[in-house]
Design a binder for this molecule. Structure first.
Ligand code: ZN
Ligand code: MN
Length: 443
C-alpha cells in the first residue's frame, strides 16, 4: 500500500463498482432494441421488459461473450460454469421485484488493471445483469420509461485497492479506454452508459476499517473525484471526534457540493439471492474461452510498449497515440504510407501530436502527402521573401494606411496575402517581421 499511515495521515480505502451498458443490438433477455438513448419513452418494450407475469427471458449470447471478453481483457479468469441469480428488492424501476444478476458464480473474476505502469488495482469480478427502467421526475410525479429496462449491463467490481480520488479517476479512465478498445460499449458517463459507485472508508492502520460508505450518483469523472475528496474530509472529522461513520448509502449532490445520506445500506442477505429458475446455467468448453481470448484486440498497455519499441517513440508520445484505437490506427497507417517517402515514424508522431491533426477530416495518406510536398518545396530565402512583401505592400495601400492609423490587425491581413502569394513557402513569422520592418520604414 502506498501512502504510509502515520500519526496524522489517514489512508483512504476505495473500491469501485462500475456499471457499463453493452451496445448489443437487442436487450439482455428479449429481442427489443437496446439502442434506447434519445428515443421516445416506452417504445422499445415488450412483456419481458415490463416484467409481466408469464414472460420468459432468453439469454443474449453476444452480451455473455462480450462480458467474458471484457473480463479476459482485465486479466480475469473465466470459469467454465456460471449462472444467473435473482437479486430481490423492491423499487418502482424494477417491476419484477428482482433484477436478474449474478451472485456467487460470475462470468469472470480475479483480474487486475495496472495504472501508470506500476499501481495494481485488483478486479474482484466482472458479471452480467440487466439494467432497470428509468425514473423521470416530472413536476410532482414520477414517470417510468422502460426503454432502458433489460439493456445488458456489465458490472465491474474492484478490490479496495484505490487510495485517492485521483487514483479512482485514473482507474475509471483506464477502464473506459480498455472497454472502448473492445468496442463493446460507448462508455459515456454523460449518457449513462458508464456509471460509477464507490465504497470508501479511511484508516490509520493497514487493516480494513469496520465500516464503509457507499456513494451513488457519480455521473462523471469529476464528480467521482470531488465526492470522494469530500467524503474523506467528512469521515476524518467524525473519526477524529471519536465517532464511527454509520454504514450507509450517500449520494453526491452537485449543486450543494456535498454527499447526503440516502438510505441504510442493505447487506447481501437482504437481497435473498437465489438461482434464476427461468434460465439455464452457462457452461463453456475450454476451447470456447480460448477462442474469445484470441479475438481480443491488442490492448492499450501492449500497444504502448510496442509503439515505443517498434517506432522509437517516447513513453509520452506512445501514451498519446494509443489513447484511442482510431488514433493508434491512424498513426500506424501514416507510418506505412510515410515509409515510401522517407518520412520517419517519429516525425509523423510529432506532427500528429503537436499539430493536433484532425484524424476525422484528414486521411493518413493526405497527411503524408502534405508533409512530402512541404519537404519538396524549398523555403524562400530572405531576399525572395522581402521582394514578395514589398509587392504585397504596394498592392494593398489600404492595409498600409490602416496600419499607420493604428490598426495593428492589418499586419495579419498582409501576412495572409504574403502566404498566398508565396504559395505557402514563406515562414509566417519571418514574413510578419519583414512586414513590420518595412512598414516602420514607410512611417
Ligand atoms: Zn423487451
Ligand atoms: Mn449491479
Amino acid at each position: 500500500m502506498p501512502g504510509k499511515a502515520s500519526m496524522d495521515s489517514w489512508l483512504p480505502i476505495i473500491g469501485l463498482e462500475v456499471h457499463i451498458e453493452l451496445k448489443t443490438k437487442s436487450k439482455m433477455f428479449c429481442s427489443c432494441s437496446a439502442d434506447y438513448f434519445g428515443h421516445e419513452p416506452n417504445t422499445h418494450v415488450c412483456p419481458v421488459c415490463f416484467g409481466l407475469p408469464g414472460a420468459l427471458p432468453v439469454i443474449n449470447k453476444q452480451a455473455v461473450e462480450w462480458t467474458v471478453k471484457a473480463g479476459l481483457a482485465l486479466g480475469c479468469q473465466a470459469p467454465l460454469f456460471s449462472k444467473f441469480d435473482r437479486k430481490n428488492y423492491f423499487y418502482p424501476d424494477l417491476p419484477k421485484g428482482y433484477q436478474i444478476s449474478q451472485y456467487d458464480l460470475p462470468l469472470t473474476q480475479k483480474g487486475k488493471v495496472i495504472l501508470e505502469g506500476k499501481r495494481k488495482i485488483g478486479i474482484r469480478r466482472v458479471h452480467l445483469e440487466e439494467d432497470t427502467a428509468k425514473m423521470v421526475h416530472f413536476k410532482k410525479t414520477t414517470l417510468l420509461d422502460f426503454n432502458r429496462s433489460g439493456v445488458p449491463l456489465m458490472e465491474i467490481v474492484t478490490e479496495p485497492d484505490i487510495h485517492s480520488p485521483q487514483e479512482a479517476k485514473s482507474f475509471l479512465k483506464k477502464l473506459q479506454q480498455i472497454i472502448r478498445y473492445l468496442d463493446i460499449s460507448d462508455c459515456d458517463m454523460e449518457k449513462g452508459s458508464m456509471r460509477c459507485e464507490a465504497n470508501i472508508s479511511i484508516t490509520k492502520t493497514k487493516q480494513l476499517p469496520e465500516y464503509k460508505i457507499e456513494i451513488k450518483n457519480l455521473n462523471s469523472f469529476r464528480f467521482t473525484e470531488k465526492a470522494l475528496a469530500y467524503e474523506i474530509e467528512r469521515q476524518k472529522k467524525l473519526l477524529k471526534a471519536g465517532k464511527k461513520p454509520p454504514q450507509e448509502t450517500r449520494g453526491w449532490d452537485e449543486v450543494r457540493q456535498v454527499t447526503l445520506p440516502q438510505r441504510v445500506k442493505e447487506g447481501a442477505a437482504d437481497y435473498r439471492y437465489f438461482p434464476e429458475p427461468d434460465l439455464p446455467p452457462i457452461r463453456w468448453a475450454k476451447t470456447e474461452i480460448q477462442e474469445l481470448r484470441e479475438q481480443l484486440p491488442e490492448l492499450p498497455d501492449g500497444k504502448e510498449v510496442r509503439f515505443q519499441k517498434k517506432y522509437g517513440l517516447t513513453p509520452y508520445q506512445a501514451r498519446i497515440l494509443i489513447s484511442n484505437q482510431e488514433k493508434a490506427d491512424y498513426f500506424e497507417e501514416a507510418v506505412k504510407v510515410g515509409k515510401k517517402h522517407q518520412l520517419t515514424a517519429i516525425k509523423l508522431a510529432n506532427v500528429i501530436i503537436n499539430k493536433r491533426v484532425n484524424i476525422k477530416q484528414l486521411l493518413p495518406a493526405e497527411l503524408v502527402g502534405i508533409l512530402v510536398k512541404r519537404k519538396a518545396t524549398p523555403k524562400l530565402t530572405g531576399k525572395e521573401l522581402e521582394k514578395i512583401v514589398s509587392q504585397i505592400l504596394k498592392k494593398n495601400p489600404r492595409a498600409v494606411t490602416d496600419f499607420q492609423q493604428g490598426k495593428a490587425i492589418a499586419v495579419e491581413f498582409l501576412v495572409g496575402q504574403v502566404m498566398r502569394e508565396s504559395k505557402g513557402r514563406a515562414n509566417p513569422n519571418q514574413a510578419r517581421e519583414i512586414i513590420q520592418k518595412l512598414l516602420a520604414s514607410y512611417g
